[in-house]
Design a protein around this ligand. Structure first.
Ligand code: HEC
Ligand code: HEC
Ligand code: HEC
Length: 132
């Protein structure tokens, strides 16, 4: 013998617990962070463009920075030529962080959300802030 009433209540509780996160966030798992582009260097740009296109930067900047390091250190070549043929000086501190001078509101914002903590700042420093 089983108690139909209890099963129904059990199912209702299960449905609430299961659906709550979806209803609460309108279907998405958690709010996406919005990295801030509000820096003096970016404001002064005639065109709001990164070193490469935005989609590439979002998905590939980790590998991209590794390639930059290898090119600069192994090949001794500090000029990177981007897909548009523009020359860019290879430097984490003086190029990336020159435009993105708000590391806390930019890099860190995404990284905290994604749960990654790049160890780069053990040696490289954020010219605009304190060493983290
Ligand atoms: C000349 C200034 C400039 C430099 C140098 C620069 N960025 Fe950017 N970056 C921008 C701008 C402007 C955007 C926003 C582009 C857009 O809105 O489509 C951006 C966007 C990005 C994004 C995507 C952010 C998002 O979610 O919208 C990432 C990631 C990024 N940059 C990382 C880097 C890294 C890493 C470097 C160094 C290799 C770098 N940037 C160098 C200006 C720069
Ligand atoms: C749009 C969000 C976003 C922005 C902005 C962003 N990152 Fe990232 N970054 C990520 C994510 C997500 C990962 C983890 C990717 C993975 O594990 O595949 C990551 C990983 C990295 C890694 C590799 C770390 C590791 O342990 O593998 C480096 C290095 C890095 N980011 C540097 C930067 C720097 C420098 C900036 C600022 C100039 C920056 N990122 C801005 C989202 C972002
Ligand atoms: C153990 C110390 C150390 C760590 C950790 C480290 N680097 Fe470096 N990195 C260096 C040194 C030293 C240089 C050479 C600087 C020079 O020749 O001017 C360098 C150079 C570079 C360069 C090329 C030139 C420049 O000035 O930016 C890039 C790009 C770079 N590193 C990226 C990274 C990234 C991305 C991380 C994290 C994933 C990282 N590094 C972690 C020590 C380190």
């Amino acid at each position: 013998m089983y108690d139909a009433g209890k099963v129904v209540i059990g199912l209702a509780i299960f449905a609430c617990i299961f659906l709550f996160p979806f209803l609460y966030n309108h279907g998405s798992a958690a709010p996406q962070p919005k990295p801030s582009l509000d820096t003096p260097a970016i404001k002064a740009l005639p065109q709001k463009k990164c070193v490469e296109d935005t989609k590439f930067m979002i998905t590939t900047h980790m590998q991209f920075l590794n390639d930059w390091r290898d090119q600069a250190l192994r090949d001794g070549n500090r000029w990177y030529v981007n897909k548009e043929g523009k020359k860019v000086w290879i430097s984490l501190q003086n190029t990336c962080l020159k435009c993105h001078s708000n590391k806390k509101e930019f890099c860190d914002k995404c990284h905290n959300y994604a749960g990654v903590d790049p160890y780069c700042w053990d040696c490289h420093y954020d010219p605009n802030g304190s060493k983290l």
